[in-house]
Design a protein. Structure first.
Length: 209
DNA sequence: CACCAGGAATGTA
DNA sequence: TACATTCATGGT
């Protein structure tokens, strides 16, 4: 079982190749995108990001300084704009008050994770996405597809977020680059696996499970 | 038309 | 602790 996750990772990487995540130019953009993509298709997030860019709002400093209404208008295509606009303000203010990436990078991963989770609008998956893709920390991001992948194949008994996260972190080399690629492969390619019974027939994983 | 997408907060039992 | 509901747009 210790090697099972690594075998799955190698299979996916071999089949689909590197995914080049996170698709963003700056760390600020990763943080902003992590909020915008909550339960939202990435194509819609791209439209919101484009709007933010045109308004010069694609940075945490700019968001902290701008009014709420202009943020709402810009991110409308990403949905839930009433909530997400406030969430963006919350995390932008958090970065301002804590010295930005330079200061926050000094913190150890557990401390930083707890800090992020105190922000209203930042749940476990969003916090871990930020830790992994903006801070290069070896934290495994557990999303809907990851849960489904594990539960469908009964690779773990515990299905709550923390146990699944630790399941990955304890059964893989603790390498943020591996976690980065693994999560990306699951979301971009493996999400269709074992979704409905007909799709299980061409599930690439059945040859190693 | 229904369903889903790179979730989280809130309320209920 | 474990579910149910709400939030909103755009693609299929």
């Amino acid at each position: 079982m210790k090697e099972m996750l690594l075998k799955i990772f190698n299979l996916l990487l071999d089949r689909y190749g590197p995914q080049h995540w996170w698709p963003a130019k700056t760390k600020d953009e990763v943080v902003i995108g992590a909020i915008l993509t909550q339960n939202t298709a990435w194509t819609n997030v791209e439209k919101a990001i484009k709007n933010l860019t045109q308004k010069n709002l694609l940075s945490l400093n700019a968001i902290a300084a701008s009014n709420l209404q202009s943020i709402k208008e810009a991110i409308k295509p990403a949905g839930f704009f009433n909530q997400k606009s406030v969430y963006l303000k919350n995390i932008a203010e958090f970065f301002m008050q804590n010295g930005g990436f330079e200061q926050l990078s000094q913190l150890d991963t557990e401390t930083l994770r707890k800090q992020l989770l105190t922000i209203k609008g930042i749940g476990k998956e969003t916090a871990d996405s930020i830790l992994l893709y903006a801070f290069d920390r070896a934290v495994f991001v557990v999303d809907t597809y990851t849960k489904r992948l594990i539960l469908r194949h009964k690779l773990s008994g515990q299905s709550d977020y923390e146990n699944l996260r630790l399941f990955f972190e304890n059964n893989l080399p603790k390498d943020y680059r591996l976690f980065n690629e693994f999560h990306a492969l699951i979301v971009k390619n493996a999400k269709e696996f074992c979704r409905k019974k007909p799709l299980c027939d061409n599930c690439p994983l059945k040859e190693i499970l």
